[in-house]
Every structure is written in C-alpha cells, then in structure tokens.
Design a protein around this ligand. Structure first.
Ligand SMILES: *Cc1c(COP(=O)(O)O)cnc(C)c1O
Length: 386
C-alpha cells in the first residue's frame, strides 16, 4: 500500500487506464478536426458520434440530446443562464446545498434582476417536496436541483422532483456530476430536461463534460460560447476529441461496472464508518445514510479542531468538509444548511472512496483517524472517587 492514501474521489478521479488507451490515438494518429471534410475529419467525427451514443446511454437518453462541454461548471452555466437569460425577470428555484457551479450562476442572475429562491434542506440534507411545491410561482422558469451532493453524497429525490416540475410545466435541471456513473440515471424517469455531467468525476480527464438537453424541452436555449457553431450552435469551439472519446469510454465502463462497484464501495464505506463509530465517541455522520452515494462518508467530531485534525492526517488525501469553499476555511455551508452545529461542522471530514480503493486502505484510514482523534482530544477526567 502506498501513502498518502487517496480517499478524495469526490474532488477528482484518476483516469482509468482503459479510458486512457481509448483516447490516446486521438492525440496522435487520429488527430483530425471533426469539422474537416476529409479522411481525418470523418474519422474524428465518427469517434465523436460513437462517444455521444455512449454518454447518452449512461443516462437513458439519445445521442442528439448530448452536448459536449468543458465540464460540469460550463454545463451548469449553459443550462441555467441559457434558460433564464431569455426570460428577463423570471423566477428560478434552486437549493442552498448546491455546488458553487450552480449557486454562483444563480447569484449572478439575481444581480441581473431575476428572482432566485434558494431552498433550505432538512437535517438529512434532503429537499422537502412540499417546500419546493410552495416555492413555485407562475413566473418560475427553471428548477435546478443536484442529483448527489459533492460533500455528503446525499441524493435528492429526482423522480419526484421531476414529476412536480413536469406537472407545473417548469423545466428541470440537475447537476449530476457526482451521480453519473455511480448510480443509475434515467433522464426519462427523472423527468429532467437538462443534466450536467463531468468527465473527471467518472475516471475520464479534467476539462471534458456534457450537458443533456431533452429534445424540444428548452427551445431557444441561449449559448454562452459563440463562434464556429459546433454542437448545434449551443457550444462553439473545436471539439475536444480525445476528451470526448474518453468520456464515452468512461460512460461505457460505468454502465458495465456500476452495479458491482457500488456494492463493493458501499461495503468498504460501511466498514470505514463502523470502525470509526465503534472506536470514537462524539462522532456524527452527516446526511442521510439511506439516500446516499455508496462511496461517500462525511463525519464530524465533538470537541475537535478541524484544522489540527487535518494536520495530523497527512498520510490521508481527504477533504475537510469545507474543501469546496476553496481555501476560504470556515465550516461547510452545506453542513450549516443541514443544521449541523458550527463547532462540529468545522471538524468535518469527507471520505470519497472509488474504483481503486482497497480494504487495506480503508482500514489504514480508519486507524489513522482513530489515533489522531484520540491523541488530540482532551484526556477524559479521572473517575471521581465513589
Ligand atoms: C466537480 C463538480 C462540479 C464541477 O465540475 P467540473 O467538471 O470540475 O467543472 C459541479 N458540480 C458538482 C456537484 C461537482 O461535484
């Protein structure tokens, strides 16, 4: 076993070697631009078409419903701003625990005169459907709810949210960067109109992603990036062919391996959780355990300084709960929105297991965390004389 042990698969994943093998000819011998009308262009165009089908299949869509982008951040911006900017002043509903790649475009739309509702979540991290229903207005133009949270792994009830959105005739967007390739996604069952995916969260490289756009659902979606008119004019720029081939291959591998992989990772995650809970008093699991990605564990500790704890855990590559606030420190806004007390939230640790995680690594991580917490906690008071 090598250290540091990587348990931060929510931040990014390594490229699967099979994905690397599939993409690598498109850097060298098959380097064509898919827009070129000759052998090299046609070769690249065919590879892109094949990958588009593979990505579509992962989420129960058809190929022409997939647009390739640079990642989930761009997909979220295209989906949210692309719908809202053609409806000046219209209302947008999202959730307080979304990734910044959703929250920030929503905030910028609010500054541009849109009304934006950031819905709270319950203590388990889930959105209450009745709260969502009550927030909808005649002028609501979009609902954006993530499929799986990047800090807690908590899953939202997309089929139910989709049914409500459909009932009201409101388009639904879902940031599925953490869910794609990990849990089954069926765009039709979710009744989602827009779904964002990210390559580097599912064993493809950084800098490639996709946006699913249900056929006919959001006519007139406004492009963010204009130019050569690629991707039906919705995302100009020469296609990232190696990245696209990689995303396709990663999607195909996920289709094949998801069922077995999620059982294996849920087993390892529970092994980690059980070891920590058995050894350490004053530890809390954040977020629903039932409605959760199989490979996520997020815990916090009573009476523990999060920064000091992280410093003790140098041989583990894990994130503090606040990692996604990019070095700003302070407790995670996701945990605070769930009502986790500030003093506990600042000690949160996020474990993200993945395809290459072993039982040995999990046991090592558990023993390191247990030792660190014990060493840092104030010694228990001696028993008082009877
Ligand atoms: C990682 C992540 C993003 C950003 O994806 P990029 O491809 O890095 O732009 C957006 N949303 C969620 C939930 C994520 O986990």
């Amino acid at each position: 076993m090598q250290t540091p042990v990587y348990l931060d698969y929510h931040a990014t994943t390594p490229v699967d070697r099979r994905v690397l093998a599939a993409m690598s000819p498109f850097f060298t011998t098959q380097f064509g631009n898919p827009a070129s009308r000759h052998h090299f262009g046609w070769q690249a165009e065919a590879a892109v078409a094949h990958a588009r089908g593979q990505v579509a299949k992962l989420i129960g869509a058809v190929a022409d419903e997939i647009i390739f982008t640079s990642g989930a951040t761009e997909s979220n911006n295209l989906a949210i701003k692309g719908v809202m900017r053609r409806r000046p002043g219209a209302h947008l509903v999202t959730v307080a625990t979304e990734h910044h790649a959703v929250l920030d475009p929503c905030k910028s739309l609010a500054r541009a005169g849109h009304e934006v509702t950031f819905l709270p979540v319950g203590g388990d991290g889930r959105l209450d459907l009745e709260r969502l229903r009550a927030a909808l207005k005649p002028q609501t133009a979009l609902i954006s709810v993530m499929a799986a949270n990047n800090e807690t792994g908590v899953l939202q009830d997309l089929p139910a949210i989709g049914r409500l959105a459909r009932e009201r005739g409101i388009p639904l967007h879902s940031d599925a960067a953490q869910a794609a390739g990990k849990i089954p996604i069926d765009a039709s069952a979710w009744a989602a109109d827009l779904i964002s995916l990210s390559g580097h969260k599912m064993y493809a490289p950084k800098g490639i992603g996709a946006l699913y756009i249900r056929r006919g659902s959001v006519p007139g979606l406004m492009a963010e990036i204009e130019g050569g008119g690629q991707e039906r004019g919705l995302r100009s720029g020469t296609l990232n062919v190696p990245g696209i081939v990689a995303l396709g291959e990663a999607a195909a591998l996920a289709m094949q391996e998801m069922a077995a992989e999620s059982v294996r990772l849920a087993g390892l995650r529970d092994r980690l959780k059980n070891q920590l809970l058995a050894a350490l008093p004053g530890i809390h699991v954040n977020g629903s355990l039932k409605h959760r990605l199989p490979h996520n564990l997020n815990v916090c500790f009573e009476e523990m300084d999060g920064e000091v704890l992280m410093m003790e855990l140098g041989d583990l590559a894990i994130s503090a709960g606040s990692a996604c606030t990019a070095g700003t420190g302070g407790p995670s806004y996701v945990l605070l929105a769930m009502g986790v007390p500030k003093e506990w939230a600042q000690s949160a640790l996020r474990f993200g297991l993945g395809r290459f995680t072993t039982a040995e690594e999990v046991d090592f991580a558990a023993s390191r965390v247990i030792a660190a917490v014990r060493a840092l906690r104030p010694a228990p008071a001696p028993p008082s004389p009877a």
